[in-house]
Ligand binder design. Structure first.
Ligand code: HEC
Length: 151
């Protein structure tokens, strides 16, 4: 009679889990008053640099934004503002076209980057990204840079 007793103990475990969840919910801290109106939306995290995003993007820039979100944002920040501990802001004087030309973006994605400007560590190569996707990413990055006085 192993099966019925196993299922009975599973039932007990499930009941305990539900009770714990209900108890946790009932005793949850009330965050409604603590949240200031200017607090970032749930799931948002602070970038290192405050970035102004353009109101409208050209089609290529929109495509670049989508690729950037999928392949670069985890380190460089969804708005290119950098993430502490992960990667630098691309909205930064270092990355203006005169210092890091478009080719630097192509090479960074293809070969990765050895840490030299910052102490985040190396950037790994971005696997499987196409040249066409990178051209759109560069269009997007340059647009956001210009919007923030970096050109
Ligand atoms: C896993 C984290 C990570 C991802 C993902 C990532 N980067 Fe980076 N990237 C870095 C770090 C860290 C540096 C800074 C290296 C340094 O100079 O210290 C960097 C530097 C760069 C540079 C400067 C290159 C140079 O020559 O100095 C460019 C351009 C760049 N990244 C573009 C991109 C683009 C475009 C993507 C997406 C296609 C991307 N990165 C994805 C972490 C990342």
């Amino acid at each position: 009679m192993t099966r019925p007793s196993r299922s009975r103990s599973l039932l007990i475990i499930a009941a305990v889990a539900v009770a714990a969840a209900v108890l946790g919910w009932m005793t949850r801290p009330d965050t409604r008053l603590a949240a200031a109106p200017s607090a970032p939306a749930a799931g948002a995290f602070a970038e290192m640099v405050a970035v102004t995003l353009p109101e409208r993007l050209e089609p290529a820039e929109q495509r670049g934004q989508a690729v950037f979100s999928a392949r670069c944002a985890e380190c460089h920040g969804p708005n290119l503002g950098g993430i502490d501990g992960s990667g630098p802001p691309l909205v930064h004087k270092y990355y203006e076209p005169g210092h890091h030309a478009d080719m630097a973006f192509v090479l960074a994605a293809a070969n990765g980057v050895s840490a030299h400007h910052w102490s985040f560590g190396d950037m790994p190569p971005v696997e499987g990204i196409t040249r066409a996707e990178l051209i759109d990413v560069i269009a997007y990055v340059r647009r956001v840079q210009r919007e923030n006085g970096i050109f």
